[in-house]
Design a protein around this ligand. Structure first.
Ligand code: NAP
Length: 298
């Protein structure tokens, strides 16, 4: 049975993962697609550990939402989030809790300002998912997802996610710290993998790639420090991610290969803006972004 109050915005990898995972818990959400679709109902396929499960989910678009939204999980890319939310704005209940799953930073803060009358939450997730086919999601990497409110004091609008949920979700009262942590790691790895068109592990080549990685780590640490973020063993964390995900292609590298817009403006772009406002020099981040732009990677 569908749960009237829950909606998932965006039917990509994360949208399908979250919709199926909510379905697994018995909270079957409605899935909001960008365009009007002939389909009104789909059998969402979730693949995990060589098993497949199906969940019947209603799909709607901005024009066909029937009802009001109390709980919204936003699974668009960072650059699409504001427009996607704008398209469904009339259906948001006054007390709506909005959970933002975007990587990087900047889009969440913009949404929190724009939707200050609602309770805006952000998430930082290390889950890995991809869509081999529409409405078929593969949960490739079991990670954890930290969630916390960005705006004001909140009642626990997403309590149901913290227990008996197939995704590991934890509450963090200072979610911006978690966003910064992931941003800092992504700032060092993602753009470089796109520039060198390589897998994460190949950055540890003992040569040019690795020395550029090291310089990005040093600059990123300076910005974290100036921004007043808790000290982070960033060098170890970045090397650890490169080692444990050595054969992975980063989302930025994948987007670049497919000629799609990347989320770099919300990753290195955000860091560069922050560095400028804090008067911290980040020349290696500038060089990286300039080189990426010159190759048409944005
Ligand atoms: N995939 C992962 O493993 C993973 C892990 C952690 C975090 N994340 C983060 O999660 C976010 C989503 O990533 P993803 O991998 O799920 O991306 P994705 O597969 O590209 O999915 C994004 C979806 O949003 C849809 N969309 C865009 N604008 C929309 C609108 N106005 N209305 C409705 N739907 C709209 C897109 O539809 P169209 O196809 O029509 O454009 C697409 O289906 C990103 O910020 C990513 O960095 C992803």
């Amino acid at each position: 049975m569908h749960c009237d109050k829950w909606f998932v915005l965006g039917a990509g990898s994360m949208g399908c993962l979250w919709a199926a995972s909510l379905g697994h818990k018995g909270i079957i959400p409605r899935l909001i697609l960008r365009a009007s679709s002939e389909r009104q109902h789909v059998a969402l396929k979730l693949r995990s550990d060589d098993q497949a499960q199906y969940f019947g989910v209603d799909v709607v678009c901005a024009r066909t939402i029937n009802g009001s939204i109390d709980r919204l999980v936003v699974c668009t890319k960072a650059q699409d989030t504001l427009a996607a939310l704008h398209s469904i704005e009339p259906y948001l209940n006054d007390n709506c809790h909005i959970l933002l799953l975007q990587n990087g930073m900047g889009s969440q803060q913009t949404v929190a300002q724009r939707y200050a009358n609602h309770v805006v939450w952000a998430a930082s997730s290390t889950d890995g998912a991809y869509l081999p086919a529409p409405f078929e999601v593969c949960h490739a990497g079991q990670g954890e997802t930290w969630i916390g409110p960005l705006t004001g004091v909140s009642t626990n609008g997403f309590d149901e996610l913290l227990h008996n949920f197939r995704l590991t979700v934890r509450y963090h009262p200072a979610i911006e710290e978690k966003l910064w942590e992931k941003l800092a790691i992504n700032c060092c790895i993602n753009g470089l993998t796109a520039l060198f068109n390589c897998r994460n592990g190949e950055l540890l080549d003992g040569g040019v790639k690795q020395s550029r990685l090291d310089r990005l780590v040093v600059e990123t640490c300076s910005v974290l420090h100036a921004a007043g973020m808790p000290a982070l063993p960033l060098h170890d964390r970045v090397y650890g991610v490169c080692q444990t995900t050595a054969s992975n292609i980063s989302s930025t590298c994948r987007d670049a290969r497919q000629g799609r817009a990347t989320e770099l403006p919300f990753i290195n772009g955000f860091l560069i803006d922050k560095a400028r406002s804090l008067d911290v020099a980040v020349p290696h981040h500038h060089t990286l972004m300039t080189q990426l732009r010159s190759r048409g990677i944005r």
